[in-house]
Write a protein that binds this ligand. Structure first.
Ligand SMILES: [Zn+2]
Length: 567
């Protein structure tokens, strides 16, 4: 009924174009899903309400609103023209917070003929549409009803959310989520969200900085300049890794240097989500003492105390509501490089982005440095994690014939992502190996924050992670150490028996300390996977704040993870 009138149709077209064209381009280019386009299109209806209610002023209303929307759409459209990506609050974070020279590129005047032409077309189309709109007379019969329907279409969900949760912020969150994709809200909400998340990061950081340093921190003497690298993977289960005997060749590169790697076979994440897991991995907290990260120094603080220059390079989203604690850890480092400004997880941001800044950090002459590289790894949606050239697994070869075509498709995407991740981790090792020629000693540790079940566990109908229904692949993570031949404490890794030890990666800080020769009063030798005093871990899973911890099943020591996962 909205579109029976020509003027209304044209007005809608005008508003739709100005609010949604950029989102449509983003969707078509494949850099992100069409979800933003859908939301933007819905917001376009809102601007019809004044047109319907005051048809006499249709020309000035559409001109005024059109000009306003055009103005607010310009930054997002221009950003897409230049970078082929969406303008988001994470990008604002990169612009305002990053102390990297890399961020300077965002400010560069980037005037090209293509851009000018793009802006010209972007501007002429709405002017042409507007010129076709004619002055109307009386209010049409159904104008009020239509306006009400549009209003409900946009505000019914948030209002009912607020009532349902008895919390106005639940409604706000919903509006924020859906409106922040379109002008004019994009910039406003983006800035407000950015400010809010930043405040949270700063308050976390303030309390972390108040934590007293470790008592009696000492480091075994190092005779050469030292570079250590910590590569944190994402959602990669070792069950799908060729390096761990997966039947598909998902790790050709790492397998080719297998004899240079110490590969641990029974390391488990304590929690199946990024923040919850890393909150324990990067600190002294664990499942039984989940809050220790608030009172004891983090791994980053410890390394700085030991005199290391700490760099943090991440291809993870930085300033989404969930990631503030992670960003706080990042900000504890001396320097950060934030590379992912996507609003949605379902966006392309290939991990190869980390390689250039990584090479730059490696080249800096520090006596002692730590580079933390946080990858996007094999996070869903898997198809967004690898470039087209890594589309290697295309059929059901190597998979159970009982799997449906749809499941095979997802498994192929996941395995392709694992194969691409193999390439990235290999490149990180090679980069370190090459700088090592300059009379250095170096060490690299790679693990994943947690695993992922990709229809692995019988009856093969679940994909993802669920803390309430834990399975082996969700927690079974790769844990790999590479070190230069001159690494001084290399003998700690020499006994092959240590590779079979069952280990909870929440205790990682102790293994890391042991590898580097760090000791302090609160150091516990029995928590290091390398130590002769090591005491095997029971893998406790579940939410520690709900006091429902259970022992993960099927963690019997075995070299063949695949057999376990399908049991
Ligand atoms: Zn994760």
């Amino acid at each position: 009924m909205v579109f029976t009138n020509r003027n209304t149709r044209l007005s809608f077209l005008l508003f739709w174009y100005l609010t949604s064209a950029t989102q449509l381009l983003i969707g078509l280019s494949g850099t992100a899903s069409f979800e933003g386009f859908k939301d933007a299109t819905i917001t376009a209806f809102l601007w019809l309400i004044p047109v319907l209610l005051f048809p006499k002023y249709i020309k000035s209303i559409t001109a005024g609103l059109g000009a306003m929307l055009w103005l607010f759409a310009l930054p997002g459209f221009g950003y897409f023209m230049i970078y082929g990506q969406e303008l988001t609050q994470s990008l604002m974070f990169i612009i305002f917070e990053s102390n990297q020279s890399e961020s300077a590129e965002y400010f560069q005047n980037y005037i090209s003929t293509g851009l000018v032409l793009g802006y010209l077309i972007f501007t002429l189309v709405p002017i042409y549409i507007w010129s076709k709109i004619e002055r109307s007379q009386a209010i049409r019969k159904k104008a009020y009803l239509t306006s009400l329907i549009i209003f409900l279409l946009i505000f019914l969900t948030p209002v009912s959310r607020a009532i349902q949760h008895n919390d106005i912020s639940a409604g706000y969150k919903n509006i924020n989520h859906h409106l922040s994709v379109a002008p004019p809200w994009q910039l406003g909400f983006g800035y407000v969200n950015y400010q809010r998340e930043l405040k949270e990061v700063e308050s976390h950081l303030l309390s972390l900085n108040k934590i007293p340093p470790l008592n009696n921190l000492k480091e075994a003497k190092k005779t050469l300049p030292t570079t250590v690298v910590l590569v944190i993977g994402e959602s990669t289960t070792r069950v799908h890794m060729g390096l761990y005997d997966y039947q598909r060749d998902t790790n050709p590169k790492l397998s080719s240097i297998k004899n240079e790697l110490t590969t641990f076979n029974n390391v488990f994440a304590s929690r199946p989500n990024t923040i919850e897991s890393l909150q324990q991995v990067l600190t002294f907290a664990d499942q039984e003492h989940p809050d220790l990260y608030k009172t004891n120094p983090s791994l980053i603080a410890m390394m700085k105390q030991a005199g290391y220059k700490v760099y943090w390079i991440t291809n993870q989203q930085t300033l989404t509501k969930r990631n503030t604690m992670l960003t706080t850890f990042a900000k504890q480092a001396d320097e950060q490089v934030f590379l992912n400004n996507a609003r949605s997880q379902n966006s392309y941001s290939f991990d190869e982005k980390v390689l250039a800044p990584y090479a730059k950090k490696l080249a800096i002459k520090d006596e002692k440095k730590l580079i933390i590289v946080h990858l996007l790894g094999t996070h869903m949606k898997y198809a967004y994690r690898y470039p087209a050239s890594y589309n290697y697994f295309k059929d059901a070869k190597g998979l159970s014939p009982a799997l449906s075509a749809n499941k095979v498709k997802f498994i192929n995407e996941y395995d392709n992502a694992v194969r691409y991740n193999d390439h990235i981790v290999y490149q990180l090792i090679q980069g370190l190996k090459n700088t090592n020629k300059n009379n250095q000693q170096s060490l690299l540790v790679y693990f994943s924050d947690h695993g992922e079940d990709v229809y692995d566990t019988k009856p093969h109908d679940f994909k993802g992670r669920n803390e309430g229904a834990p399975t082996y692949p969700m927690y079974a993570i790769p844990f790999v150490v590479w070190h230069s031949l001159n690494w001084e404490s290399a003998d700690k890794l020499s006994d092959p028996a240590i590779r079979k030890r069952q280990y909870d990666n929440a205790d990682f800080i102790y293994t890391w300390s042991d590898l580097l020769g760090l000791s302090y009063d609160s150091y516990r030798d029995d928590e290091s996977i390398l130590s002769k005093n090591f005491v095997e871990d029971t893998i406790l899973v579940g939410n520690p704040y709900e006091k429902t911890l259970t022992v993960l099943k099927n963690t019997v020591r075995s070299e063949n993870n695949q057999a376990l996962a399908t049991n």
